[in-house]
Design a protein around this ligand. Structure first.
Ligand code: TRP
Length: 354
């Protein structure tokens, strides 16, 4: 049997997941569960970059994300869901990888630069803030992942991860700097050079019609929103169109939703035609159809989520089993990496108390 490709991706626990997470990444993960060996990480240490004083919230958000994962169809029997803070190899590799990246290279990462701006961090971010980006390279490489399903905003992190993998393999494993990315492991490298797998919808616009959907911008539709809330939120999508006969712009936010969520392609074409010609069709009508489509998508997720509401025990069991599996894989990688880098002296096992 040939080994299945290894996929790793994750989310920073910052609250419930929303439609942007689903169409941008989780939908793809659900599809990959059979063909790939899948690891899904809760980046709880990363959450401390901006909420160091909110440990209880971070913990709560971890549990809620797992509920959302299960609701959306991630199956803990086929996929491994685990906590970043439970995996010592990730933290240890972060240290080693931090030496492979020039500091100014990390600070040039456009995703970091953008976050500093958007979150208004100014000059006052912690040392750990840029370090999280190095940590993300370790999240990925400690599983020796081949593919990383992510949204567009994560691509710069992937580029940095690829640089770390190449540099490690070149410095410590004798891989030539002329080697093709795909040949690194064949040539003795510890790490495959992973690639980003950006979903069809790299960026979903929020209900403000302008910004990327994001909890902090208050423009998100959550996976756990009920039917009425969905109708209300979709009703808020701003288009600026005045009446049924005004020629509408099918590149507006509302029509992004039409194309993403209405699955009947002929109906999408028809709506686009009527809207662009101003053929007696109101925004309210289009919004009602979009809301219906979104509700159709979310209804089975709501049902599934119900099974896991109430007690946290089942969620914690899933996280413990997942973290145990993740430890087994990453300890192997860490041993290989330490050995290659001259830092491997003794062997060890990491175990949880029963
Ligand atoms: N930074 C990612 C986000 O905020 C989450 C993340 C952490 C991640 N580690 C990862 C994504 C490794 C992919 C791979 O969405």
């Amino acid at each position: 049997m040939t080994a299945r490709p290894v996929i790793l991706t994750g989310d920073t626990p910052t609250g419930q997941l929303h439609l942007g997470h689903y169409v941008g990444s989780v939908k793809r993960r659900v599809e990959l569960q059979d063909s790939c060996e899948c690891y899904f990480l809760l980046a709880n240490y990363h959450a401390y970059t901006t909420r160091v004083d909110k440990p209880k919230e971070i913990r709560r958000d971890c549990i809620e994300i797992v509920r959302d994962y299960l609701a959306m169809g991630i199956d803990p029997k086929r996929s491994t869901i685990f906590l970043q803070s439970e995996i010592p190899a990730i933290t240890e590799l972060t240290f080693l990888f931090a030496m492979l990246l020039p500091f100014n290279r990390v600070m040039r990462n456009p995703t970091l630069k953008d976050e500093i701006k958007v979150k208004g961090l100014g000059e006052n971010y912690s040392f750990g803030f840029p370090l999280y980006a190095v940590g993300q390279t370790a999240d990925i490489l400690s599983f020796r992942a081949h593919g990383v399903p992510v949204g567009e905003d994560q691509v710069p992190h992937l580029e940095m991860t690829r640089e770390v993998a190449r540099r490690f393999n070149q410095i410590y494993c004798g891989v030539s700097d002329q080697a093709e990315d795909d040949d690194h492991v064949k040539l003795g490298g510890v790490f495959p050079v992973p690639s980003a797998d950006v979903g069809k919808v790299g960026r979903l616009v929020g209900i403000d019609g302008v910004n990327k959907m994001s909890k902090s911008l208050n423009n998100a539709i959550f996976i756990s929103d009920d039917e009425k809330t969905i109708k209300k939120k979709i009703g808020q999508i701003y288009t600026g169109r005045q009446n049924l006969t005004e020629k509408g712009d099918v590149n507006n936010a509302l029509f992004e939703y039409v194309r993403i969520f209405i699955t009947d392609a002929a109906r999408v074409k028809e709506l686009e035609r009527k809207y662009s010609e101003g053929d007696n069709i109101g925004d309210g009508h289009v919004k009602a159809e979009v809301a219906e489509a979104v509700n159709k998508l979310l209804a089975p997720m709501r049902e599934r989520r119900k099974q896991y509401e109430g007690s946290d025990d089942a969620i914690l069991r899933i996280l413990k089993e997942g973290s145990e599996r993740a430890i087994a894989v990453t300890e192997k990688t860490l041993a290989l990496a330490k050995e290659a880098a001259g830092a491997g002296f003794f062997t060890r096992t990491v175990n949880y108390s029963p």
